[in-house]
Write a protein that binds this ligand. Sequence first.
Ligand SMILES: N[C@@H](CCC(=O)N[C@@H](CS)C(=O)NCC(=O)O)C(=O)O
Length: 285
Amino acid sequence: MTDYTPPEIWTPPENPGGRFASINRPVAGATHEKELPVGLNPLQLYSQATPNGVKATLMLEELLAAGHGGAEYDAWLIEISKGDQFGSGFVALNPNSKIPALHDRSGPQPVRIFESGAILLYLAEKFGAFLPTDHTRAECLSWLFWQMGSGPYLGGGFGHFYAYAPEKIQYAIDRFAMESKRQLDVLDRRLAESEYLAGPAYTIADMAVWPWYGALMKGRLYGAAAKFLSVQDYAHLNRWTDAIEGRPAAKRAVMVNKITGEPNTQLRERHAASDFETRTQDKLE
Ligand SMILES: N[C@@H](CCC(=O)N[C@@H](CS)C(=O)NCC(=O)O)C(=O)O
């Protein structure tokens, strides 16, 4: 138990501690001038391979795999621990200073898109793909928006207090473990009755949910969190996780803008499909 009593008016602590403390600020806007690089492809992605970033690269890689050549993209690294998201060029694309952000330069009028859910929907509508047009469309949108609302409880709530906070606060961990387990059960029950979240087809709803909940199921999030939350109990969620995990586009998507883990799993920037092969060759030589 902490003996902290909130003052009448909050002021930022000098040293908040914990991971990410150095990039947390109580104000928005740019901290420094920095233009963003621009490549030759129609779509410019500015991101990092966090779960929110992987949503965008998964959709782009799936579009390319499905033959939508107009989805060719340059993926530039925004290193959030270094504060790249507060550069003036990035803030002009996303006033909320969070990855991923997309710039569509394919038309006469460039279009900026921020928020991963908006990026998925924008691309689905632009290419007429992975968003059903039948009665399952509403189900797809429901699960897409479910992820946008639920993910922060798993990440900013459970993940933060379980893995990143400078002290282990049982009340906070219990509260968010409870909610995370409930969410896993929500998904498991849906996937017991349906192959994918929206219905029989793989859609942007799955692409929004898998980078978070699939990563948790596979032990890629928050250290020992998979064991702590007994993820093996969710058989249907496991089946669905494996199905997406096996997709070639998913294998590529998790590498893009990745700067942690084994070197052969990282592709710092992506500018062409061949970058994946070059990276593998580089490591072999
Ligand atoms: N709701 C946003 C969340 C994006 C987000 O939280 N991105 C994190 C990385 S996963 C970020 O950029 N954090 C940097 C910061 O908070 O300064 C989305 O879905 O795109």
